[in-house]
Design a protein around this ligand. Structure first.
Ligand SMILES: NC(=O)c1ccc[n+]([C@@H]2O[C@H](COP(=O)([O-])OP(=O)(O)OC[C@H]3O[C@@H](n4cnc5c(N)ncnc54)[C@H](OP(=O)(O)O)[C@@H]3O)[C@@H](O)[C@H]2O)c1
Length: 291
């Protein structure tokens, strides 16, 4: 039995579809974990189980009888999130799971500028200490898909990274890599990246050409839009930390991990947004930004 946690999310859902396609939608081969089974759209051949990293008592059932588990990081605040992951790794070890594939982040070190990267470094340590016999860590680059969401209503992206570069990966390639690693875990730690290290300025210019929109880059300290409540300040810090990590070059290295795991060349910016136009979000033609 294989398990995917975070199976309602963007990459978890896509990885589940890919695994089911490859395993022929046979019942008993794949289990999907979610906090809200009633909301998870069924996938033929997959069993759905309730589970929440913040409630360890829910995890024994989710990991029971599992051989390989793909643990997708949750969206809790940094610090709390690593403890969630520790609960998952402990449950996997207690259930006798042979191999855990953990989805981490490129640049995950205790010294990173990005709080989620520091949190992933802690999570990776918890996995090493968990007693799970075999592990693979997929350190995904930042998702290319995040870029369109960083523009303001006037089509301007403000950030401090300027010459910093990031090997942005498409969610589609990340999901393909996750599915391949779940089916045939390679072991070890891999940076899962796109094909090139993009500067944010280049990415903005290329998105403008692709969409025909008047998109602009402004070098400025990154600021959240001010809509967050005090309790949500950690989300604002994630936004600035994302750009600071890029500026520091923490996510600039490209690798051949997507090619090695999936046999596919990872998608470049133009190829991805042309093949998956919905990923352009508010920058799609016909919507308001920069028109
Ligand atoms: N590399 C990047 O640039 C990047 C960007 C965004 C996010 N991420 C990370 O990668 C993960 C997957 O990305 P995505 O785009 O698929 O995110 P997403 O669509 O927001 O999905 C997040 C998933 O996390 C699960 N989750 C949240 N809290 C949980 C908990 N307490 N216990 C168990 N599962 C929990 C959710 O499952 P249920 O709601 O079904 O329980 C959901 O499926 C994210 O959660 C985030 O940690 C990375």
């Amino acid at each position: 039995m294989l398990l995917i946690t975070g199976a309602s999310g963007h990459v978890g859902r896509r990885a589940a579809e890919l695994v089911l396609d490859k395993t022929g939608h046979k019942g008993g081969a794949l289990r999907l974990m979610t906090r809200t089974p009633e909301k998870l759209q069924a996938l033929a051949g997959a069993e759905i189980v309730a589970g929440d990293f913040s409630r360890p008592e829910t995890l024994a059932r989710a990991f029971h009888g599992v051989d390989v588990a793909l643990v997708i990081s949750s969206s809790a605040p940094p610090g709390q999130r690593a403890l969630h992951h520790r609960n998952a790794f402990r449950a996997a070890a207690a259930a006798g799971v042979r191999h855990v594939v953990y989805v981490s982040l490129q640049g995950s070190t205790p010294q990173s500028r990005f709080s989620y990267s520091r949190d992933h470094a802690t999570s990776e340590r918890f996995l090493a200490e968990s007693g799970v016999p075999e592990t693979t860590i997929l350190r995904n680059a930042f998702y290319l898909d995040m870029l369109p969401g960083f523009f303001d209503a006037g089509g301007v992206l403000r950030d401090p990274s300027a010459s910093g570069r990031a090997a942005l990966v498409a969610r589609e390639d990340a999901a393909q890599a996750m599915a391949a690693a779940l089916l045939q875990p390679p072991g070890g730690t891999l940076d899962v990246t796109g094909p090139e290290a993009l500067s944010v300025t280049d990415a903005v210019a290329r998105l403008a050409r692709l969409t025909g929109r008047a998109l602009r880059y402004e070098h400025a300290p990154a600021q959240a839009d001010g809509s967050e409540s005090v309790a949500e300040n950690w989300r604002a810090e994630l936004y600035t930390g994302w750009f600071e990590a890029v500026a520091a070059g923490e996510l600039a290295r490209t690798t051949d991990a997507v090619q090695r795991l999936t046999g596919r060349t990872p998608l470049a910016l133009e190829h991805y947004f042309t093949a998956f136009p919905a990923a352009l979000g508010p920058l799609r033609s016909g919507t308001a930004i920069g028109a």
